[in-house]
Write a protein that binds this ligand. Sequence first.
Ligand SMILES: Cc1ncc(COP(=O)(O)O)c(C=O)c1O
Length: 417
Amino acid sequence: MISIVLDVEAIRRDFPILNRIINGKKLIYFDNTATSQKPIQVINAIRDFYLNNNANIHRGLHTLSQEASELYEEAHDTVAKFIGAKGREELIFVRNASEALNLASMILSKYIKPDDEIVVSIMEHHSNLLPWIFLAEKTKAKIKIIGIKSDYTLDYDALEKAISEKTRIIAITHMSNVLGTINDVKTIAKIAHNYEAFVVIDGAQSVPHIPVNVRDIGADFLAFSGHKMLGPTGIGALYCREDILKDADPFLLGGDMIKSVSCNISGECNIVWNDLPWKYEAGTPNIAGGIGFAEAVRYLEKLGMINVKKHEEELLTYALKRINEELSGFIDIYGPSDPGKKGGIISFNAKNYDPHTVALHLDSEGIAIRSGFHCAQPLHEHLGLMEGSARASFYIYNTKEEIDVFVDALKKLIKED
Ligand SMILES: Cc1ncc(COP(=O)(O)O)c(C=O)c1O
């Protein structure tokens, strides 16, 4: 059962952690939506930096500092190119998608006044919901929440109806981390721009799994995390259109984000911000993390994002077929039934078992999944799932054989009933 698009055997050799034995069984890692595993190339890039090039950036004339600066700057270019941004001037390194979305909300805060409207969807991760609720509360703006249809896709009619001249921001996920639904963000961006609203896209799940190009979509902002796409934790990015960034105020202030600051003893000061993106990266950044992030992007580029998408689609098709044929009546799945319309995510509940019991049972078989609300409590409550759901999610190193073990483990649980 070899993948037709990726050489999964070769890929697996790059991920030493996949040889781990968990509870006496070979690890099957199906918690990729939470974070991905890291290939040896990324681990080595970080190690090499600390072994050979470690110094602070933009601060020293000495060779090591110059090398570190160059590596860190080039990492921005690599990640920027990956998502179709103009260059480093449109890409700010942050800690993760959550920080990126918070930064987007801070940048946009100056455009919001009382009675303006911010549109989000019910399928948002808390990280693309709380910053907007908070911004609306502070500015006396209103939040409008778009629902989903019975096939777990976004209710586009409701979206069209919700938008008006009052809409200033549409903040929407590209791919739901629960349903796997891929939203038509290109159409949503067009609708937003017709009303001169900004569109903020949460790409935390799309950028690691499908081709994403900010120019093609028409995104004003795109947020994503390195750790979900083979990179280290503690590094992520916010794409933002250069003209917006030039105009906006920085969020953190301190070292490296200014060109000059002059003050006299009367307390009169004059500050000149640094060039983009450094104006938004105050203090010593996560240099090694940025370098590891770029290496992860190079790894994905070599595979080709279209192949990554096809591979996950193949796994999803196979898993849904087996579950529907062999576990029908015992497993409820939440998400579009067409594998072409969603990412490699299966959120489900097993009859008579709460999601945590399912997760613990699977862990006893060496299979890592997630259980609970997956930081999307409003969506679960909207679906009437007050205990949440169990979630299995796939990536480049997963195989159909692993899905067989997963389905058989679910069958074993159900038989115990
Ligand atoms: C859709 C979505 N948005 C945002 C986030 C937040 O990402 P992070 O925890 O890396 O900040 C996640 C994490 O699971 C996510 O799935």
